[in-house]
Structures are given as C-alpha cells and as structure tokens.
Design a protein around this ligand. Sequence first.
Ligand code: HEC
Length: 261
Amino acid sequence: MSQSPPRCLRDLGILARLGVLCTVLTLLGGTAVSGMFLYLKQEMRDERAGLTVDDIKGHYHGMSTKAPLLVALEDRHPDELTEDNFPDVERQALIDWLTGDRVSQDFDNFDLGDMAPSEIMAVSCLECHSRTSEGEQAAPEIPLEYWDDVEPLSASRDIQPVSLTILAASTHTHALGLSAITLVLAWLALLTSWPRAIVGVLVGATGLGLLLDIGGWWLTREWIDFAYLIMGAGAVYNGGMVLLGLLVIGDVLMPRKKSAA
Ligand code: HEC
C-alpha cells in the first residue's frame, strides 16, 4: 500500500496529535482572554456597568446618553408626588439645574436657598431615596443623599466614537489576524472525521460571522443600528470558533481509525 498523507487528524501520530491539541487549547484560551479584554475595555464605554449594545454604539458611532435623574424628572417620576408636595416649579428647577452647566457647583449652592437642588431633593425625594428609607415605595438602593450619590446620576454624556485612525488600525490587525487563524482552524476541522454537514455549517457560520462583525464596525460608524449586527455576528463568530476548536480537540483524542486494509 502506498504511503499517502493522512487525511484525518485521527490518523496522525501521537506527537502530532499532542501538538494540534495544545495549539488549539492555546487558541481557545486566547479567544476567551480576548473576549474578557473586550468586555473590560468596552463595558464602561457608556460609563455604566455591563457590556450592552450602548457600549458598542458609543464606541463605533458615538452616542449621547441622558442623565438618569433628568429622565426620571421628565417622566414625571415619582407618581406618588403631586403638585401639592412637589410643585412643578421645583421639578422645573431641577431640570434647569441638570441641563445647565453648573451641575456640580449649584448642587448645594447656599445662595439658592430653598431652591438649591439638594434642598428640593431633601424635601421631595429623600423620603424614598435615603439609605434608611423603608416601605414598599422606597428605593434605598438608589440613595440621593450626598453629591457622591447624585453625581453619577446627574451627568448627560456625549460619547465620542473611536477615531478613524484607530478604527483603521484595529481593522487592519483584526481582519488579517483573525481571518488567518479562522482559516487554519476551519482547515483543521475539515480534517476531522465529524460529519461533513456539521463542520460545513460551522465553518460557514464562523466565516460569515467574522465578515459581518468587522464589516459591522464600519457600518455602525455611519448607521448606529448596525451595532446589533456587531453583537450578533461577534457572538456567532466566537461561538463558531469555540465549537470548531472542540471538534478538533475531540478528533485528536479519539482512537485511530481502523485501517480498511
Ligand atoms: C414614593 C417614593 C419615591 C419618591 C418620593 C421618589 N422616588 Fe425616585 N424612585 C422610587 C423607586 C421605587 C425607584 C426605583 C423603581 C423605579 O425606577 O421606578 C426610583 C427610581 C429613581 C431613579 C432611578 C431611575 C433609573 O433610571 O433607574 C431616579 C433617578 C429617581 N428615582 C429620582 C428621584 C427624584 C429626583 C425624586 C424627587 C424629586 C424621587 N426620585 C422621588 C421611589 C421614589
């Protein structure tokens, strides 16, 4: 029988299998770490915890977010307060304060007397919004007692998108690096003895995910809603890479195929 090169990873010798196994484990580890890095880098993009689509929108497109305090006041929160105990002039005074440019200076500005934001809030809000508030309607988990409590809820922010130079540099490294790694892993997966249909679907989805993910960066720069494409395609790509890696690992761990000869 002529010595043809092995077509399946399972036909490889023990050392070659070990090499493939270790390399793919390293690659999966790298994918996990880069996912973690992305999370840490982007999660505070909108200056609120958690990686959400808003972080992606802010990074690639830029975004304005409204201060939660302002949103609450404009929504006429809370329902329990009426014109009697929280007159519209006071609500409006808080809104004017939040939309002005002296937010930190005026919070407890003595000269404003009873109309100082801290005073208005002490009377109208602290019943529910102090650390010791009790009762069904209360929100002690959102205290508004001190400037340190109020500050993070009072800033409306303008998030600037990543610069064109950085986006181009990032595309350059990611597009070349990731496509090369993906091709190698796809190739290895095609050398496994798993059913062709499964490998085919995975390779197809992973490649498409990569294209749409990185393409999405540029589309999102122009049209903000493509941020959802980035999230979706990124998830498909990463999931695809992990599954392809697992297929390869599974294959090199399986016993050698019984030769037909
Ligand atoms: C009767 C109780 C009550 C009073 C009075 C009250 N709140 Fe609240 N507030 C709540 C509760 C409960 C929540 C949490 C659930 C919710 O979002 O409605 C909340 C949530 C909030 C939030 C967070 C919204 C978010 O985006 O998570 C802000 C900001 C807020 N209140 C501001 C105020 C301000 C300013 C005042 C005074 C003008 C005030 N609240 C008075 C009960 C109250």
